[in-house]
Design a protein around this ligand. Sequence first.
Ligand SMILES: *Cc1c(COP(=O)(O)O)cnc(C)c1O
Length: 414
Amino acid sequence: MSLPERQLPVHAPMNQFPVKDGELVVGGERLSHLAARVGQTPFYAYDRALLRSRVDELRKVLPATVKLHYAMKANPMPAVVGFMAGLVDGIDVASAGELKVALDAGANPKEVSFAGPGKRDAELRQAVASRVLINLESFREVVALEVISNELGLPARVAVRVNPDFELKGSGMKMGGGPKQFGVDVEQMPALLANIGRAGLAFEGFHLFAGSQNLRPDSICEAQQKSYELAVRLAQDAPQPVRFLNLGGGFGIPYFPGEQRLDLTSIGDNLAQLTQRAKTELPQAEFVIELGRYLVGEAGIYVTRIVDRKVSRGQVYLVADGGLHHHLSASGNFGQVVRKNYPVTIGNKADLTQKETSSVVGPLCTPLDLLADRMSLPVADVGDLAVIYQSGAYGASASPQSFLGHPACIEVLV
Ligand SMILES: *Cc1c(COP(=O)(O)O)cnc(C)c1O
C-alpha cells in the first residue's frame, strides 16, 4: 500500500531528452552508458545540442538587432561558459571570479558586462583593466572608478544599473522596484549621471533588471516597455548618448506542477516595436537581453544513484547518493517559499508503465534532504538512476557541497 500523490497539477512535459530502450538519452548517449563513462554518481550532465537549439529558437523570435547575453551565474562551469560564449553575443558576470572564467572562455571583453551590488576596488580595477563594461550600482563606485581610470590611463566603460520605480509582476525573485541593494534609484539618477560626466568615465548606457523566473509574457513585455521608456527619459540627463540598453531578462522555465513553458511570441513582437521606436528616440542604442536559466536550465539533469530502498509506514523512500548538498534548489531550499517537486524520473526506467508513489531522499542527516516528495515514479530499486530535470541552472555552484562531508559531484558537458 502506498500513500496517494500529494499534488494534483502536473509538470510540463519533459521531452527534451529522448527515451531509447527505456533509458533517457543525454548528449546522444543512453543514461547508463553515460553514467559508466562519467565513472561516478552523482553527476550533472548538460547537453550541447539542447543548449544550441535553445539559442537558435530565441534568435528566431527576437529581432535580429537585439543582442543575447548569457548571465553565467546560472551555470558557471567553464566548459559551459566556453560553449555558450560561441553561441551568444556576450556574457554577463557578477564577480571577478566569473570575469576570469568568461575571459578564459574566449568571450570578447567588449561584450562582457559586470554587475553586482558589492564590487570591491580590486574587482573594479580588474574590470577596468579587462576593458569590460561595468554596470555601476552606487555613487561610491563612480569615485573608485575615477581613481582607477586615472591610475591605469583607461577610462572605465560604464552603464548605470537603475533601480526602477516599478516591479516585475509575477516574478519569482524581484530585483528592482522599492528599496533594493541593486542599482541606484531612479530618483538619484540625475545626480549620479552628473558625477559620471565629471569623473570622465566612458558612459555607454543603462541596465535594468526587474526580476527572475517569470512565466508571464505580458508581465515581461510590460517590464521591458517600462524599462525602455525610463531609459528614454534618463537619456536626457546622460553625459553621452545611450549606446547600450540592457533590458534585463527574467524569462522563466517550468519547474513545478501547473507551470507551462513561456511563449516567446509576444515578447519578440514587443521588442521589435521597442527597437523600432528607438530608431528615433535612442538612435545609437543597441538592445541587450540577459538570460541565465532560460538558456541553460532545461538542458541539464542531475543524476543520482539509488543506494537503498525503504518502506516506512507505507511510504516508499528511495535513498540516493546525492541530494541537497549538490542540488539545493531541487530540495526546495534555494529561495522557495513552499517546497514543490521538480520534475523527476527514474532515468534508466523512464518508460516503465509500472509506477508507485515514492519519495527520493538524499544521504544527509536532515529531513530537508528531499529531492522528490511522494511522486508517482517508475518502480525503482537499488542501483537505478534517479534523474532531476530542469537542473542546468543554479545547481552545483548554488549548493553547499561541503555540508556533511559527502563526495563532491561531477559536471559533464555532453
Ligand atoms: C541572476 C541574474 C540574471 C539571470 O537570471 P536568470 O533568472 O537565471 O535568467 C540576469 N541578470 C542579472 C543582473 C542577474 O542578477
